[in-house]
Design a protein around this ligand. Structure first.
Ligand code: M6R
Length: 542
């Protein structure tokens, strides 16, 4: 995934930069921006986070800018491969999100025509293909599109200042205000700036020329479009005294719990989707990364409460599991609602006539539009790349849904917010031990095994340290060999009926020298361990 932004109007560089800050969750290997200076396209790109281009972007005088934050797919994460790319004749710059699948063939054809390439990217190939076509920029793009296989959201800047944009499978949104026009990979860039937006259709070509916006169909004829209202959501980009967005967002979790409670307690939202659960053979819950972990959790809680088979799938693997889908309800989990692998899976369900639910933090997203119904996760905008509050929100919505549909208990989140508040500090000695360890293990059983997986993912993503999450019972089947004197093993033991089994797994690790960090109800505080983190009593779990 990558994030792209474009602004036409005053302070184009600044507006693009601020959009990129919100898009950083889509990739953060390198960033770049292009605008016009003395009739030439000027490009500035740097390896690393978007902050690396901040000073340049804020000083830009150009009335038009295109910008990009990259997650490397073709070619390493370096300046050469960073976007925007400039065409061989320096007449067009391009930012791209997606993957051009036939880029090798096209690359060879371009090289044979004598068109040199300076990066390893599929984007530069697509750009030079476009640049080598004849006609105006929109005509060039129209012709080149027929030769491109794969996914893309393109925003092109012509050296005469014209912007042309189009998409296929990757998201692209448009918003127009009094001061300017913006294109971006996520509506989140529009919150608090615009009150409506337009999601580009796959055949659209957007042209912004001399400040005039036109949306064209595949034959380049102007088409009528209608903007969709954008609900009021503030995006808090300032850290409000925290050092990192991740830290700030973790501290927002109690507030998020209260929001979920008030959003869902009437049961109205669940009533809307209730019928989708009747008469089905199974439920498939689909997501990537953290969202996949929420799917694993959701599958456990739904299967347990409803007695319907529920499986979690990694989105990029679902197509290989096609055979097991029979009369299946699809639930698609995504914080952003714009993850290509997850979006790709919705069609598999639609083609088979299965119903679909989006469980997302972005109710304006492509995912929300594609699915039959949406369950908002109410986490508020998540800026940090590492998902925290959205994950907690996702598993709580699943839990709330499962209890509601089972008819068992409907006020499960009562009192949870204030309990969560008490968990927001940690013994600094644990941090020190984890910091100095070569690797860290997280273990747990049943739902706690999902917490173990998610914790390991988070630690890897944030510290670049080796971390693994396991079902506690699996540790003895080989992995124990990696446990050395002092290796931290975090043991999640929240499920009371599995307590003894989990504690004996912890004991196995301790016998090999592991430092045990036990996370369990306070009734277990006398258990042998190096650190004990007490879990509050959660009424609905008893
Ligand atoms: O926006 P999504 O929830 O669809 O994103 C899916 C994953 O890329 C995401 O959950 C990722 O694993 C997290 N940022 C990790 O913290």
């Amino acid at each position: 995934m990558c994030g792209i932004a474009c602004y036409v109007g005053k302070n184009a560089g600044k507006n693009c930069f601020e959009a990129l800050e919100k898009l950083e969750y889509r990739g953060y290997d390198s960033a770049g921006i292009a605008g016009l200076e003395n009739g030439e396209i000027c490009v500035y790109k740097r390896r690393g986070r978007v902050n690396a281009i901040k000073d340049y972007a804020l000083k830009m005088q150009s009335g038009v800018a295109i910008a990009h934050t990259r997650w490397a797919t073709h070619g390493g994460a370096n300046e050469q491969n960073a976007h925007p790319h400039l065409s061989f004749d320096r007449s067009i710059a391009l930012v791209h999100n997606g993957i051009i699948e036939n880029f090798q063939t096209l690359r060879t054809e371009l090289l044979m025509k004598g068109i040199g390439l300076s990066s390893e990217t599929d984007t530069e190939v697509a750009l030079n293909l476009i640049a080598s076509e004849s006609g105006t920029l929109k005509e060039k793009l129209k012709k080149a599109r027929n030769k491109l296989v794969g996914s893309y959201a393109f925003v092109l800047l012509d050296k005469d200042g014209t912007i042309v944009a189009a998409r296929n499978k990757s998201p692209l949104y448009l918003a127009k205000g009094q001061d300017g026009i913006m294109l971006s990979s996520d509506v989140l860039c529009f919150f608090s700036l615009y009150d409506s937006f337009y999601p580009l259709s796959e055949n659209d070509i957007v042209e912004i020329k001399n400040g005039e916006l036109r949306v064209l169909n595949e034959n380049l004829q102007e088409k009528e479009i209608s903007f969709k209202p954008l609900s009021k959501s503030e995006v808090e980009i300032s850290l409000l005294g925290y050092s990192y967005f991740m830290e700030k967002e973790i501290h927002e979790i109690p507030k998020v719990i209260s929001k979920i409670e008030s959003h869902y307690k009437s049961g109205e939202e669940f009533e809307k989707i209730k019928d989708l659960f009747s008469g089905i053979d199974s439920i498939a819950i689909v997501g990537c990364g953290t969202a996949y972990h929420a799917a694993l959790y959701g599958a456990k809680v739904l299967e347990n409460k409803l007695g319907i088979r529920a499986d979690a799938f990694v989105a990029s693997e679902l197509k290989y599991a096609n055979k097991v889908l029979h009369n299946t309800l699809g639930i698609f989990v995504s914080q952003s609602g714009e993850t290509a692998d997850t979006l790709g899976c919705v069609n598999i369900f639609k083609e088979r006539g299965f119903k679909t639910i989006a469980l997302t933090n972005n109710t304006h997203s492509t995912l929300a539009r594609l699915c039959d119904q949406t369950l908002p996760v109410c986490a508020g905008v998540e800026i940090a790349v590492a998902s925290t509050k959205a994950y907690v929100a996702q598993i709580l919505v699943f839990t709330f849904l499962a209890y509601y549909l089972s008819g068992e208990k409907r006020d499960i989140l009562k009192g949870l917010s204030s309990k969560a508040k008490k968990l927001l500090s940690i013994d600094k000695r644990i941090v020190k031990d984890i910091k100095s360890a070569k690797q860290v293990f997280f273990i747990g059983r049943e739902k706690d095994s999902v917490t173990a997986l998610e914790s390991a993912l988070k630690l890897k993503e944030i510290t670049y340290k080796s971390a693994e999450g396991y079902s506690a019972g699996e540790l003895k089947h080989g992995t124990l060999a990696l446990i050395e004197e002092g290796t931290p093993v975090v043991v999640f033991a929240s499920v009371s009926c599995l307590m003894q089994k989990t504690l004996s797994s912890a004991e196995e690790a301790r016998a090999r020298g592991a430092k045990i960090i036990l996370v369990a109800p306070k009734t277990q505080k006398d258990t042998k361990c190096d650190y004990f983190l007490s879990l509050p009593r959660v009424d609905f779990e008893e």
